[in-house]
Design a protein around this ligand. Structure first.
Ligand code: ATP
Length: 296
């Protein structure tokens, strides 16, 4: 099976500054992938490399087995909506859909009906006169209408109202159930938790965590117990994030086995908490994915 995205040693530099570095990834097809990270972490850069809007400064990336943007056939297989939902401001809603029909041999006409049902848009209205949320929904409908195999979305729900956001997320899930691969960046971790079955966490231009959500959750635990300083844990555990009060230590660990020490209370964690732990570990100099046994 071809991967939706495969990257090896991928990097992008703007002048002297690296926006993305050392990125090696394999994202299987048919997954809904959540791309998360702080502002400036490199999410947009990775998405633009995935759709061929940027060329790598180092390393390689393939999307659905081909170099991104390498020809009409490859472009037809990938749908992309950029962060600001770019449209032609002087063209009407109707003209955007007519353009979709002309440019895409496999156009799905139901996206137009569906959008009008939901938003009650005037088809003659110019895109430049739409609200931010209406623009985002039109751009999404156009991307879905081309029936891509991979849909790449840069913060697609940022300007949607809560109802539109929920409906959009539900439609993504049903598209994914039909075999569409989706990669979306978002700061809304609750949405990511609800729809994504694969997650990539970026920090400072590097991948901190990537993998199947269920597998990652199974490999991580929160340990709570009396304060230990320096922290000592059994072998096979890597500290992702640690917090200490005068009396108590709380540690998120990646573990290859059960935690048997009875002085720890062991609990599972949700995806949101896991992602935050990795994002926080990237900003806390004292906890940089320290293996147990290494000096604090
Ligand atoms: P956000 O969540 O704020 O959208 P992001 O994770 O998408 O951020 P990127 O837009 O990929 O981050 O930016 C990564 C880094 O690359 C940042 O430090 C940014 O300043 C830098 N960068 C991005 N685009 C350019 C550019 N065209 N020229 C120079 N630097 C850039």
């Amino acid at each position: 099976m071809t991967d939706a995205i495969e990257a090896t040693g991928l990097g992008k530099r703007y002048g002297r500054r690296w926006a993305l570095r050392n990125t090696s990834l394999r994202v299987p097809e048919g997954r809904v992938v959540g791309l998360v990270g702080s502002n400036g972490a490199g999410k947009t850069t990775l998405l633009h490399l995935s759709v061929g809007l940027l060329d790598p400064s180092e390393g390689h990336i393939t999307v659905l087995g081909d170099r991104p943007g390498s020809g009409a056939r490859q472009l037809a297989r990938v749908g992309f909506v950029a962060q600001d939902a770019p449209l032609y401001n002087r063209m009407s809603v109707n003209e955007h859909f007519r353009m979709g029909v002309r440019l895409n041999p496999h156009w799905d006409a139901t996206v137009e009906v569906d959008l009008h049902d939901r938003l009650d848009l005037d088809p003659r209205q110019r895109a430049g006169a739409l609200s931010g949320g209406q623009r985002a929904q039109l751009a999404l409908a156009l991307a879905i209408g081309k029936r891509p195999e991979l849909l790449v979305l840069d913060e697609p729900v940022a300007s949607l109202d809560p109802l539109a956001r929920r409906e959009f997320m539900q439609s993504l899930m049903s598209l994914a159930a039909d075999g569409l691969s989706v990669v979306l960046s978002s700061h809304l971790l609750s949405d990511i938790e609800r729809v994504c079955d694969y997650v990539i966490v970026l920090a400072h231009g590097e991948v901190r965590l990537a993998g199947d959500v269920d597998a990652l959750l199974a490999e991580h635990r929160v340990l709570t117990g009396p304060r230990r300083d320096p922290l000592r844990l059994p072998a096979g555990q890597t500290i992702i994030r640690e917090r200490h009060t005068d009396r108590q230590s709380t540690v998120v660990v990646r573990t290859t086995g059960e935690v048997l020490d009875p002085s720890w209370t062991v609990s599972e964690l949700g995806l949101e908490e896991l992602v935050l732990a990795y994002m926080e570990s990237a900003t806390t100099p004292t906890t940089r994915l320290r293996s147990v046994g290494s000096p604090p």
